[in-house]
Structures are given as C-alpha cells and as structure tokens.
Design a protein. Structure first.
Length: 64
C-alpha cells in the first residue's frame, strides 16, 4: 500500500494486508498519537488495510 506521512513529509510503500495499528507500529509511530486515513475516511486501529489502499497518516495535534 502507498502510505503518505506528513512529519517529515514522505511516501513509503508497505506490504499488506495488515491492521492500521500494525502499520503504525511497523513505521515506529505511536498508535494513540496518529490518525490513519484511507481515502477520505478515518479508520480505526483494528481496520484491515490492503495493498491497493492509499493511506495517509497524520499526527494528532492538540492545543489549548
């Protein structure tokens, strides 16, 4: 699957299928600190992702 990351901006290819949380762990990202987006939809950490998917990963940003 093609995975677009924003910090730092880069695109990587990852072999699927795998769950969203497995993808984040493989990329050494904290599951609770990132959003996984497939197409225009936010996915849960247990959702399966496949080789044909276009994925975007964004860090969770909070402010006060």
């Amino acid at each position: 699957m093609q995975v677009q990351l924003s910090h730092p901006a880069r695109t990587v290819e990852v072999k699927g299928p795998k769950r969203a949380k497995e993808l984040l762990r493989e990329l050494n990202l904290v599951v609770e600190a990132h959003l996984v987006i497939k197409g225009a939809d936010l996915v849960t950490e247990d959702e399966m992702l496949y080789d044909s998917d276009q994925i975007e990963i964004r860090p969770v940003i909070s402010g006060g």
